[in-house]
Design a protein around this ligand. Structure first.
Ligand SMILES: Cc1cc2nc3c(=O)[nH]c(=O)nc-3n(C[C@H](O)[C@H](O)[C@H](O)COP(=O)(O)OP(=O)(O)OC[C@H]3O[C@@H](n4cnc5c(N)ncnc54)[C@H](O)[C@@H]3O)c2cc1C
Length: 487
């Protein structure tokens, strides 16, 4: 293995591995370093006791023509990653104020959401239909310029422009804020919500790589290696070397590696405040980075069931009272959980062959602060009570349970360097002031240093898709920089 490269990518999460693979394909001598034993970051797939599953519950989205499809195509490996599309892929449950739980089937790509089915589930009466259709129509057809005008508007402020029933309000505010971008709806950026909703409407949901998301990132890593990239796993980068305002490489526990370009997938805050060190940046930039707000973390449970209980890959539950705001999160942190919560549950049935015959692995959980010091128990107790109420059969067949919280998420993704951050599900929160035109630049104010992944380099996508989009955009920026900055 060499010790000199054109570019070093710190982190092989969805953004890092995509970026590294593209740069290798375009001829740059590339090293990708990750502290984990496999690629994929928070989206890695594990194999254990005959199961093959993601660390975390996965909402497969969007269904077609996503950034992920585009990246596989550019890398020329679209034939090597089988994207399966279970249809139907899930059930959406809505609980009425009188306590009845209705359900609506969610179809795969090619079967966009039918407003009539949704109206039935949400009890939209004739008197409200016109206004609800106005909301759906405006969101689904909003032009890019108008979307950009929502960069400074929260989801709740946007919804308040419409005189809609509470059920429709909650559908948007719960599912498109906490349920999709993992941020409270009072700060969720409306331009992000609208863009992602449009992708869902046009592309549908439910597209998923056979073998798991991690298998797809392994295929991308394979493409990187086939193009000459080195991939160094189980190696933590301790420091990104900077001298005279330029990066020079990285220091790891396995030695130093040199390159005039370093792309960090380790999160913008850990990169600036720890790996490079604040002494290399202007005070104002350090303050700006320190004040960035993470997405929410997650308190999750994995259950091994003695028999397959859930028929579909994913299930959602919400009610009029599941809209989560910053105030709810703060109250929950002090022990006051809301009475009703949004619940997401997913099963290994997403992809055949992912569980031993006769068994099923089920994920569930609830958003909680990204703070690695928060004990997830309060959230887990609540979510387990809700699972028992809504899906009693699941609880009856639990053979084994595993639990995790934000500290665990941090351990396999980014370090916690700012109080309250580290265990974020997505990365930087897609909130007002941090999205669209306000998204941090992927080019750091140090020569040769870039950020990649959910934190920078793309906006207006959902999680894995966001990180992969960043991988593609940042790879282009790096290539341009490489060509214009001869060594
Ligand atoms: C509970 C949960 C549920 C989720 N559900 C979904 C979902 O349903 N659908 C969806 O699309 N997405 C989902 N996501 C989010 C998705 O996984 C992330 O948005 C995505 O993984 C972000 O990719 P990334 O490239 O930004 O970085 P990450 O995935 O965070 O990867 C960063 C990589 O950098 C490495 N790294 C960091 N620091 C160092 C260092 N110092 N040295 C070496 N390596 C380092 C890490 O080990 C890691 O591999 C979920 C996440 C969680 C936690």
């Amino acid at each position: 293995m060499a010790d000199k490269y054109d570019v070093i990518v710190v982190g092989a999460g969805p953004g890092g591995v995509t970026c590294g693979a593209l740069l290798a394909k375009w001829g740059l001598k590339t090293l990708v370093v990750d502290k984990n034993s496999q690629v994929g970051g928070k989206a890695m797939t594990l194999s254990k006791s005959g199961f093959r599953y993601e660390y975390y519950p996965i909402w497969p989205c969007p269904g077609a023509e996503s950034q992920i499809h585009a990246a596989l195509k550019v890398l020329g490996i679209e034939d090597r990653v089988e994207l399966i599309q279970p249809d139907p892929f899930g059930l959406m449950h809505y609980e009425t104020p009188s306590g009845e739980i209705g359900s609506m089937i969610m179809r795969g790509p090619g079967h966009p959401l039918d407003p009539q089915d949704l109206f039935k589930l949400l009890g939209v009466g004739d008197a409200d239909t016109e206004e609800v259709l106005r909301l759906f129509g405006e969101v689904a057809l909003m032009a890019p310029h108008d979307q950009d005008l929502l960069d400074d508007v929260s989801t709740i402020e946007f919804l308040d422009r419409y005189d809609i029933p509470r059920s429709v309000y909650s559908f948007f505010a719960t599912l498109q804020s906490e349920g999709t971008i993992e941020v409270p709806s009072d700060i969720a950026c409306a331009s992000e919500v609208v863009k992602i909703f449009q992708q869902l409407v046009t592309g549908g949901s439910g597209c998923y790589p056979a073998g798991g998301l991690g298998a797809m990132y392994e295929a991308i890593a394979g493409a990187a290696q086939a193009n000459g990239s080195d991939i160094l796993l189980e190696t933590r980068v301790d420091r990104i070397a900077v001298q005279n305002g330029r990066v020079g490489g990285v220091f790891t526990e396995k030695g130093a590696f040199y390159a005039p370009i370093v792309v960090s997938n380790a999160g913008i805050q850990p990169t600036v405040l720890k790996l490079v060190g604040e002494e290399h940046f202007d005070k104002s930039y350090v303050n700006y980075v320190g004040d960035l707000v993470p997405s929410l973390g997650f308190a999750g449970a994995r259950y091994i069931l003695s028999k397959p209980v859930l028929e579909y890959p994913v299930y959602l539950y919400f009610s009029d009272n599941t809209v989560s705001t910053t105030d709810h999160i703060m109250k929950a942190k002090s022990g006051q959980m809301p009475e009703q919560i949004y619940v997401f549950i997913s099963a290994t049935s997403l992809c055949p062959g992912r569980a031993p015959p006769g068994k099923q692995l089920v994920h569930t959980g609830l958003s909680c602060p990204a703070d690695t010091k928060v004990d997830p128990k309060t959230w887990l107790d609540k979510v387990e009570a809700e699972v028992a109420r809504i899906w009693p059969d699941v609880v009856k067949h639990i053979e084994e349970s595993e639990y995790y919280g934000s500290a665990h998420i941090s351990a396999i993704s980014r370090d916690s360097v700012v109080p309250g951050a580290g265990g974020e599900c997505i990365g930087l929160g897609q909130i007002v002031g941090q999205c669209g035109k306000h998204k941090p630049s992927a080019k750091a104010p140090i020569s040769g240093l870039f950020y990649v992944g959910a934190d920078a380099g793309s906006t207006g996508f959902f999680a894995n898709n966001l990180a992969v989009a960043s991988g593609m955009n940042v790879a282009k920026m790096v290539l341009q920089y490489f060509k214009t900055h001869p060594r």
